[in-house]
Design a protein around this ligand. Structure first.
Ligand SMILES: *[C@@H]1O[C@H](CO)[C@@H](O)[C@H](O)[C@H]1NC(C)=O
Ligand SMILES: *[C@@H]1O[C@H](CO)[C@@H](O)[C@H](O)[C@H]1NC(C)=O
Length: 279
């Protein structure tokens, strides 16, 4: 009986060795393997875009690299052919052959038609004919053109006053995402007013988000209410617009704070400057 555990231990060691050898062997014989594959998820309209399909053939010989969009081939790299690089016309796909090779392809000035699924297929020579295939989705973004605008609001508020503003971003595709902040804290859902977005004939979307709440004393921690609207689009675009309103009348309880002190000092400076000018 005591022999069995030992035997089992030996067996499992043998097993491990076999496995290790198999993996090593496979690694050597398999050769072809991925290093890196990238198709950017979102790109800006008009940009040149590089798609990468990096692989290592190791001991194998590369036969071809082919790129497809929505299943249709648009670029081929075959080292054995006199014209190694070939491109095929496809709507929305302009290959920059100078900047394309075995491991990457560059698309020139992408447009809305360029959006879709891109696939790279790597094939090694006979007799093994190993293949690697990978694909990724790419979306094309039309950035907003023009400023983010905030409308409404007042110069001064009293606790109890309703604060009502709108924030709207210029047309973009897809729509940018709007967020309101009150004194750098994201505004609670119940303060937000959702409006239907506006569309332009080419499909661009202009979002609008309202902010509506009743001002409370604690909204003026430094004697003023700071409201900020931000717009963002897939990390390719961010923009912000500010609105400030003073507490009116100034809350005597707030005059001791830093912010209020600074405001007083700047007022004194302005006054001094004015007196100097008048003098
Ligand atoms: C906000 O936008 C809505 C919809 O366009 C409009 O009816 C409302 O008057 C606007 N409010 C402000 C404060 O601009
Ligand atoms: C302030 O807003 C609340 C809730 O929207 C509304 O019921 C109230 O009439 C408004 N007050 C003023 C003074 O406009």
């Amino acid at each position: 009986m005591t022999k069995w555990p030992l035997f089992r231990g030996m067996l499992s060691q043998l097993h491990l060795l076999l496995l290790l050898q198999l993996t090593l062997h496979r690694g050597g014989a398999h050769g072809l393997q991925w290093l890196r594959f990238t198709v950017p998820r979102w790109v800006v309209e008009g940009a040149d875009v590089q798609l990468t399909c990096q692989f290592d053939v190791e001991k194998d010989m590369l036969y071809s690299v082919k790129w497809y969009k929505q299943g249709r081939e648009f670029y081929r790299y075959v080292p054995a052919e006199p014209r190694m690089k070939q491109d095929y016309p496809l709507p929305g796909v302009i290959v920059d052959k100078e900047r394309s090779g075995a491991q990457q392809v560059t698309l020139r000035s992408v447009g809305r038609e360029s959006a879709g699924r891109y696939k790279c297929e790597v094939l090694t020579e006979a007799p093994l004919f190993r293949t690697l295939v990978k694909s990724g989705e790419m979306g094309v973004v039309q950035l907003p053109r023009g400023p983010l605008t905030v409308t409404g609001g007042q110069d001064a508020y009293q606790p109890g006053t309703n604060v009502t503003l709108n924030c709207s971003a210029p047309h973009s595709l897809p729509a940018s995402e709007l967020t309101w902040y009150i004194n750098d804290q994201q505004a609670p859902q119940e303060y937000l007013v959702n409006y239907r977005p506006q569309y332009d004939p080419s499909g661009g979307v202009s979002p609008r988000l309202g902010l509506h709440f009743t001002a409370q004393r604690w909204h003026f921690p430094t004697g003023e209410l700071r409201l900020k609207c931000t717009a963002a689009l897939h990390r390719l675009y961010t923009e912000e617009a500010l609105h400030r309103g003073a507490a009116s009348p100034p809350d005597p309880g707030l005059l001791m704070t830093d912010g209020a002190d600074k405001m007083d000092i700047s007022n004194i400076f302005t006054l001094t400057a004015l007196l100097l000018l008048l003098g």
